[in-house]
Design a protein around this ligand. Structure first.
Ligand SMILES: [Zn+2]
Ligand SMILES: [Zn+2]
Length: 382
């Protein structure tokens, strides 16, 4: 068989130039028109069978009993880039600050190499270029559009700012957290700040509710498990001497099992309702689970480890994170693995975390990611 790493190194410049092209023209979730057009044109030229799902693309090649899927996300973030680089974002207020430009470019490189060696494939290979990973649950749209039909396993790469450049970061079982959201409105009765006896003040009720929510993680969950409850927004009041009619707050909760997600969700509603009641306030609580935890299949992680070591890549462990990833929706339905690819390079000043206006990717790792994707496609045995 051909050597995927050698092939990827041959097209390294091309992969980097695609990445820079995507980086200069970032598009937000479900608006990936330009990006997906570039991807689609290449895939067609290389002989892939294409199905469009909005701005997403499902692209098939090869034949065989089994289908192995590889996924890249294409969307950017509403962030103003602060890097002074030749490929700086040309679109004000939008930036590829999570590395999805790199994911798209790496998978495009893999597509080119896979197509060149189509006759050596033992499986069908499906490439999924999805929209709206950043809070838009684009993965679900792709699944509704048939992305997982006949798929036996799925793999996705994410560049990883916490990991040294070039290291393939693996993790069995839970890797990223499930994500929940809550909105609370505590309603009292407005009045003069100097006459609280004639009002029902929602402000202390909200203060107490927010503190009480912190006790879910501190006092109700096994200390050896991981979970988060964060209130990220509080809004209420208009003046220093007025008791407002109502105060609102919202936040997120994170968890690694669906059971724990359900428990936290229920406790948020109960605690907030009872605290409001104790303060003679009314309450409106909305809670929802936005996405499940990302749970890797142990066998598929082992497959990736063998493939990566076979290529001579450095393989390490990656820490769990309470961040979320909509790749979880694919892994809920078929076995697979979400893989981290280290991009941290202090010498190049590439040290900023994801979603930071100075986030950047060590481009020398791009062919490594491409090679790993190609090698997974050719070595998958089901
Ligand atoms: Zn992100
Ligand atoms: Zn991301």
């Amino acid at each position: 068989m051909f050597n995927p790493l050698e092939e990827a190194m041959k097209i390294k410049d091309e992969i980097i130039s695609w990445r820079r092209e995507f980086h200069m023209y970032p598009e937000l979730g479900y608006e990936e028109e330009r990006t997906s057009k570039i991807v689609e044109e290449h895939l067609k030229e290389w002989g892939f069978k294409i199905k469009r799902v909005g701005t997403g693309i499902i692209a098939d090649i090869g034949s065989g009993e089994r289908t192995v899927a590889l996924r890249a996300d294409m969307d950017a973030l509403p962030i103003q880039e602060e890097n002074e680089v030749p490929y700086k974002s040309r679109i004000p207020g939008k930036m590829h600050a999570c590395g999805h430009d790199a994911h798209t470019a790496m998978l495009l490189g893999a597509a080119k190499i896979i197509a060149e060696h189509e006759e050596e494939l033992n499986n069908r290979v499906r490439l999924i270029f999805q929209p709206a990973e950043e809070g838009g649950n684009g993965a679900l749209k792709m699944i509704e559009g048939g992305a997982l039909e006949n798929v036996d396993a799925i793999f996705g790469l994410h560049v990883w700012a916490e990991l040294e450049s070039g290291v393939i970061g693996l993790r069995k079982g839970p890797f990223l957290a499930g994500v929940g959201k809550f909105n609370v409105k505590i309603i009292g009765k407005g009045g003069h700040g100097a006459a609280p006896q004639y009002a029902i003040d929602p402000v202390p009720a909200v203060a107490e509710a927010i503190l009480a929510l912190q006790r879910i993680v501190a006092r109700e969950i096994d200390p050896l498990e991981s979970a988060v409850v964060t209130v990220g927004k509080v809004q209420g009041g208009t003046a220093f001497n007025v008791i407002p009619e109502s105060v609102e707050f919202e936040g997120t909760f994170r968890f690694f099992t669906e059971e724990l997600g359900g428990f936290i969700r229920q406790r948020i509603a109960e605690i907030v309702s009872e605290v409001a009641k104790a303060h003679r306030c009314r309450v409106e609580v909305k809670t929802e689970i936005l996405g499940p935890p990302t749970i890797n299949d142990d066998r598929m992680v082992e497959l990736v480890r063998e493939v990566a070591q076979g290529l001579g890549l450095k393989v390490g462990e990656v820490r769990k994170t309470l961040g979320g990833e909509d790749f979880a929706f694919y892994l809920q339905r078929v076995p697979g693995a979400f893989i981290a690819l280290g991009i941290r390079n202090e010498k190049k000043g590439i040290i900023y975390p994801h979603h930071n206006p100075r986030f950047d990717v060590d481009e020398d790792v791009l062919p490594l990611g491409t090679a790993l994707e190609v090698a997974i496609a050719f070595n998958f045995r089901g």
